[in-house]
Design a protein around this ligand. Structure first.
Ligand code: NAD
Ligand code: UDP
Ligand code: UDP
Length: 339
């Protein structure tokens, strides 16, 4: 199996690559423009005969021959996706279009990492996949959340327009061998869409502004934890190994999605700050600071479908995942644990 991972030098992408490389039958190609990712995240694979790393921007066409595409390329942290919003929307729209064109040409199955942000500031709680969302189309977050919504639309339009027709399906059911012939000789796009909820773990950018990385770095630097007002807004945090497991199950399974992948454990930002304080640095202060516009007030995945269709549910609780991330941040920041 030859697998392309776009955005594979980033946080989730590099953990996904680690998992895919464990299977000796896989060859992995990463395409990344290093905007928020780094070669360092993949250093253990550089030079490996089953691994290839290409500096490539997905807004440009890409010609490779692959069986599967995990399409992750897109900055995920609000600081970075707001930095050049036009580029963010191009990455989501043109980047996804290019990866779909590639999938169509080579007959590859393609998985898009969409986001819980497609639900916007949700009026339904927890969020099932059937909820259409409450998104501001002209706000500062729109380049990301509307961008992902268009990316999902493109995935389904390619699937419907270039999907296997009813007629072919009947032939395939009758003559099993024809499935492979048909799927590789005519345009045939198999899609998978994961709606990822907030994910955390080792290798997150230390200063990328997301809440878990901010709080851990602040706790280790003896700086106050900056809770953005009002602090009662909630998020649900999934440890990265659980996330990667969910993505691979979705790719290998039979359901297109969209499917929520996340940990339903829900915390207010004040609760998160108190947990980080208790686990990492009980002496630090928790400080209330100004928030940014359009911050969703609550977010928690309904993972009924992931449980039923993928046989997946997260295993790692926040209290168990935070110390694993702390250990990685200590190493990178050079802060030893006090005995
Ligand atoms: P990340 O920023 O660490 O990784 C994104 C990677 O994409 C980086 O390596 C970056 O250099 C690369 N990239 C960005 N623009 C590119 C372009 N135009 N061409 C090629 N490469 C490009 O983010 P992450 O947390 O690993 O997120 C990965 C995916 O998961 C993203 O699609 C994101 O939208 C989605 N997601 C993440 C979260 C989360 O909590 N981390 C939540 C929801 C969705
Ligand atoms: N594309 C790509 N790699 C390929 C095939 C296509 O990057 O192997 C790009 C192509 O450049 C185009 C996009 O994917 O911009 C959509 O391709 P498609 O064939 O669906 O549309 P068309 O080229 O007909 O506009
Ligand atoms: N947040 C916070 N302090 C920070 C960074 C973020 O309280 O230093 C809050 C932010 O207001 C939001 C939540 O944490 O309510 C999650 O923000 P993040 O940027 O991590 O992810 P997203 O908003 O994309 O879910």
């Amino acid at each position: 199996m030859r697998i392309l991972v776009t955005g594979g030098a980033g946080f989730i992408g590099s953990h996904l690559v680690d998992k895919l490389m464990e299977n000796e039958k896989n060859e992995v190609i990463v395409a990344d423009n290093y905007f928020t990712g780094s070669k360092d995240n993949l250093r253990k694979w550089i030079g490996h005969p089953r691994f290839e790393l290409i500096r490539h921007d997905v807004t440009e066409p890409l010609l490779v021959e692959v069986d599967q595409i995990y399409h992750l390329a897109c900055p995920a942290s609000p600081i970075f996706y707001k930095y050049n919003p036009v580029k963010t929307i191009k990455t989501n729209v043109i980047g996804t279009l290019n990866m779909l064109g590639l999938a169509k040409r080579v007959g590859a199955r393609i998985l898009l990492t969409s986001t819980s942000e497609v639900y916007g500031d949700p009026l339904v709680h927890p969020q099932p996949e059937t909820y259409w969302g409450n998104v501001n189309p002209i706000g500062v977050r729109s380049c990301y959340d509307e961008g992902k919504r268009v990316a999902e639309t493109l995935m389904f339009d390619y699937h419907r327009q270039h999907g296997i027709g009813t007629c072919c399906k009947i032939i395939c059911i009758i003559i099993d061998d024809l499935v492979n012939y048909v799927s590789h000789s005519v345009c045939f796009i198999e899609i998978r869409i994961a709606r990822i909820f907030n994910t955390y773990g080792p290798r997150m950018n230390i200063d990328d502004g997301r809440v878990v990385s901010n709080f851990i770095a602040q706790a280790l630097r003896d700086e106050p934890l900056t809770v953005q007002a009002p602090g009662t807004q909630t998020r649900s945090f999934c440890y990265v190994s659980d996330m990667v497991d969910g993505l691979i199950r979705l790719m290998e399974g039979e359901n297109t999605g969209p499917i929520n992948i996340g940990n339903p454990g829900e915390f207010t930002m004040i609760e998160l700050a108190e947990t980080v304080k208790e686990l990492i640095n009980p002496k630090i202060e928790i400080k209330m600071v100004e928030n940014t516009p359009d911050d969703p007030r609550q977010r928690k995945p309904d993972i009924t479908n992931a449980k039923k269709m993928l046989g997946w549910e997260p295993k790692i609780k926040l209290r168990d995942g935070l110390p694993l991330m702390e250990a990685d941040f200590r190493l990178r920041l050079g802060v030893a644990k006090k005995l």
